[in-house]
Design a protein around this ligand. Sequence first.
Ligand code: PPS
Length: 303
Amino acid sequence: MSENQELKRHCLLVPVEGVLLKEHVANNYKAVSAFCPDPSDLLIATYPKAGTTWILEIVDLLLHNGDSETCKRAPIPVRIPFLENTTRLAIPSGLDLLKAMDPPRVIKTHLPFHLIPKGFWENKCKVIYVARNAKDNMVSYFYFHKMNLTHPEPGPLGVFIQKFMNGQVNAVPAVPWGSWYDHVKGYWEEREKRNILYLFYEDMKENPRREVERIMRYLDLSLSDDVISRIVELTSFKIMKENPMTNYTFLSKPLFDHSLSPFMRKGEVGDWKNHFTPEQAAEFDEDYEKKMKHVNIPFRTQL
Ligand code: PPS
């Protein structure tokens, strides 16, 4: 994509400990890394577009006994601060929001494992990680780059696939928050030692009730069957797409342009098949095998 278009969007990517972050996020990183959570705080970590908003809404409802009105008290990034975010145009920064909230707080982050503030591990905070298969994650990130005007222009899909595969290599165009491959591996390798609940988007699609119950148990909650059923219903794609507190219509231009692609776009497993050519899929798979050969994370690209 031309430099002009990137400049028009005012989005530069700046490396922090080997990971490309949006400039304003990188500039804020020192303050973020010094953030000290309370042991009762819950961290929800994801690579962008892995199903973050879905899991945040599930957790907020679980913590409020399925009360939909309470969970409409504010847009999702106000209820659940985005740790490293600094966009002040519409929503205060994550750190400012956190300062104004009493623990226990739920906190969202896209930071890879090694950039998480050490206080989360020192204080043994609970951490939920959600991972989504690389191809669907990439397609979703591609559309998000189109509509999120604070991200670099994605360019055509073929170019974006290369950026996604490049991950955090600084010398070539890549994507914010670094390599998907390193991200999913980083949390996977630490999940047992750190008591991280590692979830998959595909499992949530396959059997949302089973996954909601899994999260409930991890949070040491015990809710009635009726409440669980309500939470599953309230966090369906259809309801969240219509819910103004979760569909990000509370952010509009100059941040999000929903006419280019809605935030709640398709919510499916296997949409990548509508986007990759057979040649692109073969190249992607070959590269994937190399990058993921030392781990066996059970990703599914279709149900
Ligand atoms: S962000 O910007 O990183 O916080 O985005 P994130 O929420 O991680 O990812 C957005 C994608 O998740 C889909 N989504 C859902 N899918 C199924 N069910 C529910 N309830 C749901 N909520 C969000 C959303 O549609 C985006 O995926 P795509 O494939 O682009 O539709």
